[in-house]
Design a protein around this ligand. Structure first.
Ligand SMILES: NC(=O)c1ccc[n+]([C@@H]2O[C@H](COP(=O)([O-])OP(=O)(O)OC[C@H]3O[C@@H](n4cnc5c(N)ncnc54)[C@H](O)[C@@H]3O)[C@@H](O)[C@H]2O)c1
Length: 334
């Protein structure tokens, strides 16, 4: 039964079978929203949606469309599922740092083309548009913390193409801000190094999950360079609570508010490796090795807690130690 506080909004989530998308979808469904997912399952998995599979039965509130989020037929089908959308969360992108320098053309193409197409689609559907950018959109800006007034700093593309990801996110923000001038209602989200149970590990994964999976396999941890680069890691449940507040917030007129969702504490990658070893109690068997890093890695990435985050009353209460323990229980099965 739908209670009084339940939300009956209709939401399209591109990339909804991915790490962040699937957690967002779960919460939207719990809140009473009707959700359509478009995901080509290139990195996402239907398993990520197993906890909400009961919503996808006939007459339920979830529809999963497998395919490209730029496919016009799929977008038409998505529209017809619940008769349009109140909001569109555009998460589909190629994530995983190792890809950024390896397949820059694909990264840029998907990022720019899909955002342009989905902005037009949001206009047609008269929907609010929530674009998932990244702190990588600031490039290698050495001035921290990163806030609304911070600039983007990118290195020479002749040396490496890692910024295919961050620079294309930057350009997508330009597309969104420009569309807002002609009436689009939109918000921009920049999640700061999110980690959680479904974060992919392996060589194309992200650092927290890479470390914890290496520990599970009793392999040593490789930190890039001296490991002195720092990040603010943010637990997935804290991110989702921010996303739900952004979903409910009224967009600004004429521009998109950009929310930097990042925990207030910063830690170096070397310290993170040590903490992972400590949390998993594997100090006797695992060593830390120093290896080559990625080109264009920023030395630091800390979110500024600003006006927009205050407006939605957002904080990230989960400590890194507690968050890592939760993820480790899930990975190790203990
Ligand atoms: N995880 C983070 O820490 C983080 C930080 C900053 C920004 N972001 C952004 O948040 C969004 C979600 O990130 P994530 O970590 O959940 O990544 P993810 O890779 O788990 O999710 C992206 C999803 O998009 C899907 N996808 C890729 N190409 C597609 C296409 N052409 N059509 C349809 N679906 C497609 C993938 O299968 C995947 O399920 C991305 O836009 C990412 O850039 C994530």
């Amino acid at each position: 039964m739908i209670g009084e506080n339940m939300d009956s909004s209709r939401v399209l989530v591109t990339g909804g079978a991915g790490f962040i998308g699937s957690s967002l979808v779960e919460q939207l469904l719990k809140n009473g929203s009707k959700v359509v997912i478009i995901d080509n399952l290139s990195r996402g998995k239907l398993d990520n949606l197993s906890e909400v599979s009961n919503y996808s039965v006939e007459g339920g509130n979830l529809r999963i469309l497998v395919g490209d989020c730029c496919d016009p037929e799929l977008l038409e089908q998505a529209y017809s599922e619940f008769g349009g959308f109140d909001s569109i969360h555009h998460l589909a992108a190629i994530n995983g740092t190792k890809w950024f320098d390896e397949i820059p053309t694909e990264i840029i193409e998907l990022s720019i083309d899909s955002t342009r197409i989905l902005i037009d689609y949001a206009r047609l559907c008269d929907s609010k548009f929530v674009f998932y950018s990244s702190p990588e959109a600031y490039g290698e800006n050495p001035n921290q913390p990163l806030g609304v007034q911070s600039n983007s700093v990118f290195s020479n593309p002749q040396t490496h193409q890692r910024h295919s990801y961050g620079a294309s996110k930057y350009l997508c923000e330009v597309l969104v801000q420009s569309a807002c001038k002609s009436g689009l209602r939109a918000a921009i989200v920049r999640p700061f190094n999110v980690y959680g149970e479904r974060l992919p590990g392996g060589q194309y994964g992200q650092v927290v999950s890479i470390f914890l999976h290496l520990i599970k396999n009793k392999e040593d941890l490789i930190v890039h360079g001296n490991g002195g680069q720092s990040r603010s890691f943010t637990y997935i449940d804290d991110i989702v609570s921010g996303l739900i507040s952004i979903e409910k917030a009224e967009p600004a007129n004429g521009f998109a508010k950009a929310y930097n969702l990042g925990s207030a504490s910063e830690i170096t990658i070397l310290e993170l490796a040590k903490l992972c070893i400590d949390v998993t109690d594997s100090g006797k068997s695992i060593e830390i090795i120093h290896g080559d890093g990625y080109n264009g890695d920023s030395a630091s990435r800390l979110a500024e807690f600003g006006e927009y985050e205050r407006e939605i009353d957002w904080i990230a209460p989960t400590s890194l130690r507690d968050g890592l323990s939760k993820v480790w229980s899930s990975i190790s099965g203990n």
